[in-house]
Design a binder for this molecule. Structure first.
Ligand SMILES: NC(=O)C1=CN([C@@H]2O[C@H](COP(=O)(O)OP(=O)(O)OC[C@H]3O[C@@H](n4cnc5c(N)ncnc54)[C@H](OP(=O)(O)O)[C@@H]3O)[C@@H](O)[C@H]2O)C=CC1
Ligand SMILES: C=C(O[C@H]1[C@H](O)[C@@H](CO)O[C@H](OP(=O)(O)OP(=O)(O)OC[C@H]2O[C@@H](n3ccc(=O)[nH]c3=O)[C@H](O)[C@@H]2O)[C@@H]1NC(C)=O)C(=O)O
Length: 286
């Protein structure tokens, strides 16, 4: 396993925020990860999947990070079942499904995420969520350092949440998905269609971490922010996207602090005007 001291984390954050950690571990397989935790039961590790939903609040972390991005990325396919390690990206997973003429992952083709991150957050769009294709998860419990498995129904998935979101002392190691046999060109066309829709609506040209806030009940975030004239509102290098107000983009030199200040100001104005407390969807790494 590769271990790097004083590691620059910029490339592991989709916001491209400059931040360092004391030491970064890059586990290559399940065993590396499990041994790391078992041998260091007192260390407070921060885990990063593909970095698409994290906001570095600090410029330096004097603690160890575990980086799954580009690691633990093996998968296998048997009939209509895929078994994938936590570090496989949804892009890799959906492309593998396409090659095997399996349908069910098209909506995830363009959702930036690792398998682990997708399960924690129950990744998805308006019509499909990862829970719809997931069979079971293998995970490491940090309570007793034992490896366990949990079936879909036990994971208590709901909108952008799961057992793993609410119990972060459990590390996703591997997941099994059940798909359906389909037609290769139909699968490909649907993947491209999903991607086109997202690229048309979302600010892919700037570093960002997707939706900043969860959808409040019966409301969308974008129209509320538009009503408040917040499109383009900027603090330092952080800007409410001109393309989709539900996103904050890094226009070049945003710090974590810029983004947090912008989030706080949006929340303050939304509360004043609509009496709604916007809940942050992204993980702020303190
Ligand atoms: N729909 C969309 O367009 C977009 C969606 N997203 C969503 O954001 C998420 C991004 O995933 P990803 O980039 O991989 O995640 P990140 O690297 O951004 O990690 C987010 C959090 O997930 C937890 N986590 C990640 N991997 C694991 C693991 N193996 N086991 C346990 N916890 C883990 C960690 O929190 P902790 O340690 O506290 O549990 C981490 O802080 C996905 O759910 C994706 O759907 C992001 C951008 C756009
Ligand atoms: C990007 C993410 O997921 C996205 C996912 O891609 C899209 C599409 O399915 O639906 C959610 O966004 P969203 O709630 O902003 O939905 P959208 O369909 O983009 O927009 C909702 C409504 O707001 C309007 N809208 C959007 C942007 C804007 O600047 N102004 C505006 O008025 C749109 O016209 C639409 O009528 C997910 N976000 C959440 C928090 O649920 C993410 O989780 O990070």
């Amino acid at each position: 396993m590769n271990i790097e001291k004083n590691k620059d984390l910029t490339e592991f954050s989709a916001y491209k925020i400059k931040s360092f950690c004391e030491v970064a571990y890059f586990p290559e397989c399940e065993n590396d990860l499990v041994e790391l935790y078992r041998n260091n039961p007192d260390l407070d590790f921060t885990i990063i999947g593909n970095g698409n939903n994290i906001l570095f609040a600090k410029e330096y972390y004097d603690r160890p990070f575990i980086i799954m991005n580009g690691n633990m990325n093996k998968f296998s396919i048997e009939e209509n079942h895929i078994c994938a390690e936590a570090g496989v990206t949804l892009l890799e997973l959906s492309e593998a499904a396409l090659k095997s003429n399996l349908t069910g992952l098209e909506a995830f083709y363009d959702i930036p995420s690792s398998v682990g991150g997708a399960i924690v957050m129950n990744a998805g769009n308006k019509n499909t969520e990862i829970k719809d294709v997931l069979t079971k998860v293998r995970y490491l419990s940090l309570e007793d350092f034992e490896i366990k498995e949990m079936s879909n129904s036990e994971i208590k998935f709901c909108y952008r949440s799961s057992f793993f979101q609410n119990n972060s002392n459990n590390i996703v190691l591997k997941a099994w998905f059940t798909l359906k046999h389909g037609n290769s060109s139909d699968i490909y066309n649907l993947m491209e269609k999903e991607k086109k829709i997202r690229w048309e609506k979302q600010p892919r040209e700037y570093p960002n971490c997707g939706s900043v806030f969860k959808r409040p009940k019966n409301k969308f975030v974008g129209p509320m922010l538009d009503e408040l004239n917040l499109k383009g509102f900027t603090i330092g290098g952080a800007q409410v996207s001109q393309k989709h107000s539900g996103f904050i983009v890094n226009t070049g030199s945003a710090t974590g602090e810029d983004i947090i200040l912008l989030i706080n100001e949006i929340q303050r104005r939304v509360k004043l005007k609509f009496n709604i407390e916007l809940e942050v969807e992204q993980r702020i790494i303190l």
